[in-house]
Every structure is written in C-alpha cells, then in structure tokens.
Write a protein that binds this ligand. Structure first.
Ligand code: MG
Length: 313
C-alpha cells in the first residue's frame, strides 16, 4: 500500500553508459569516450553506474569493448561500477573485469523474452542459477532487471501479480534488488500504483528500484508514485540517452537531470550535482552529435546554470 512516507535520500542508478549508449550507432563510440563519460558521471556524485555488458558482440556491438572499459577505468572510491550479465560466461568476464556488481535481466512476458533472449521467462531463471552462484562465490552483489512490468511490445500478457511473483522469485534466488522496468513507457500513475500494490506485498520496498521510460511522457509522474510507496532507488540515464527501440524516434530512458531536478525540488538528497550533470549532459550530446533528451538540460545552459529564457529578456 502507498504509505506517503517519502525517503529523505534517493540513490540514482545511472544507466547511460550501458542502457543509453547501446542504442547509439556504434561508429560514434570509442572506448575512450565511454571511459570519460563514466568518470565524469562519478565526478558528478553518482555512486552507482552501469558501465557495460558482457553480451554477444554480434548482437550488441556497442558493448563489445566492455572488458577494456572496465580495465582502463579510473575508479573513484565508494562508486559501484556495474555490468550486465545474462549468463555464467558473462559473470566470468565481469569477475575478470572487476565489476563491482552484476545484473541479470528477464521480462514478465514470455513473448518479450523469446524475442530478446530466445527463451521463456522460466528458462531465463534457470540460466541465472549458475550465474548467481558464481557471483556469490566472488562476493558480487546481483541486481535483477524485470522488463515489461506495465506492458509488452509483442502483446504478451502482463499483470501486477505476475510482476510480483517474478520479483519474489528473483529475491529468493539471491538478488539483492529488483529494478522494475516499464520497457515501452506505457504505464500511467494509476497502473504504477496497481503494479506496486502487488509487488510490495511480496518484496520489501528497500529491495525495489524503478526503471521507467519516458516514451509517453509519464516517467516523472510514475516515479513520483514509486517514491510515495517508499521506493528510494531510481534508474536514470544522462541526457535521456537510449531511445525506445520499440518506437523509433521516441524517448526511452528518463533523463537523470530531470529526475534530479524533481528530487531537489522535493528536498530529497542524492549527492549529485545538478550543475555538473547538466555540463556532462551537454558534453556527451555534443560528442554524439545528438539533441539533448533532458528537458532540464535543454532549459539550462551548460556550466552557467542560467536559464536561456532569462538571457533573452
Ligand atoms: Mg532502459
């Protein structure tokens, strides 16, 4: 049940270097660029950064150099540098790369998993068992992503109860946190509440995170609902990097700056500097030759923090 007790601090999980960049044309990405982005994000105060993934380079060429990224990264104490790992081999690579933690991923809907990872949801959990066991041997915390929590692009059925049951299974398998992903960004605040009503009866709010996409402009409203349920971990992407692969040209990940601006306005601590984040956001968009997907960064000039509108007056 919604408890209206907002956390005094929220942990932002920055997914731009992985979830964001993997949707950019790989020609524009160099290992050096990725490393500089990650280091700048850590410099902004972000303490949890998803840096790469150990998946098939043929399927995701943008992440083919994740091993080099992890190896060459200058690490800041206290920052978690995470890797996405779908199976046992990937965990072996992540361990060799000294990732701080790993993340496994599945979806509520079988049809999404069959398209994305070529197995059913139940089969995906079977793959995780040895992967999680190896991670535990190396004392690596394991996060789990659940996709399609409020809708599936392939029409697969998704109910709040299915999300809750899957989240509970992943916790029982040893994951410390479940990130609930609205992969196509279709959820509304009411749907978010219904989904969280079901999930929070089976999983504690301190083991839940939300990963909402802004495809339909609902992400901040849905995040606010999650905060009202006591959830205090939110996945975001600098400049909103990472378009929606199921709706070409549409927004995907909610922008870190937009969430941070809202949290600051609510008096919620994050440890992240908005000014530095906006500067980093403009820098990466310039390097990628793309428009900034953050409303806040569009409204603020890099570094100066001065509103464009104010300058025109
Ligand atoms: Mg995403």
């Amino acid at each position: 049940m919604q408890n209206n007790t907002l956390a005094s601090a929220v942990r932002l999980v920055e997914v731009g270097p992985r979830d964001g960049l993997q949707n950019e044309p790989s020609l524009q990405l160099s290992t050096e660029l990725k490393i500089e982005l990650i280091q700048r994000l850590a410099g902004c105060g972000l303490s949890h950064i998803e840096c790469g993934s150990f998946v098939s380079p043929a399927k995701v060429p943008q992440m083919a150099d994740s091993q080099a990224v992890f190896n060459q990264l200058m690490r800041k104490p206290g920052v978690r540098y995470a890797a996405l790992t779908p199976n046992l081999t990937a965990v072996e690579h992540a361990t060799a790369a000294q990732a701080s933690e790993i993340a496994v991923f599945t979806a509520v809907s079988d049809s999404f998993n069959l398209h994305n990872i070529h197995c059913t949801t139940a089969q995906s959990l079977e793959r995780f068992t040895p992967a999680i066991a190896l991670a535990k041997q190396h004392n690596l915390p394991v996060r789990a992503y659940i996709s399609t929590v409020m809708g599936c692009p392939y029409g697969g059925e998704v109910t709040p109860q299915q999300v809750a049951d899957l989240a509970a299974k992943l916790i029982a398998m040893g994951c410390y946190e479940i990130s609930l992903g609205d992969t196509i960004g279709v959820g509304t605040p009411r749907q978010t509440a219904l989904m969280l009503d079901a999930v929070t009866t089976q999983v504690s709010v301190d083991q839940l995170a939300v990963h909402f996409h802004d495809t339909y402009g609902q992400a901040l409203a849905n995040i606010l609902v999650a905060l009202e349920y006591g959830i205090a971990t939110v996945d975001t992407s600098i400049a909103g990097l990472g378009g929606c692969p199921y709706a070409p040209g549409a927004s995907g990940n909610v922008a870190t700056e937009d969430v941070l601006y809202m949290l600051q306005g609510m008096g919620i601590e994050t440890g992240v500097s908005l000014e530095q984040l906006v500067a980093t956001s403009h820098w990466i968009c310039n390097r990628l030759h793309k428009e900034n997907g953050s409303r806040v960064s569009q409204a603020l000039e890099p570094l100066s923090g001065v509103k464009r509108g104010a300058q025109r007056q």
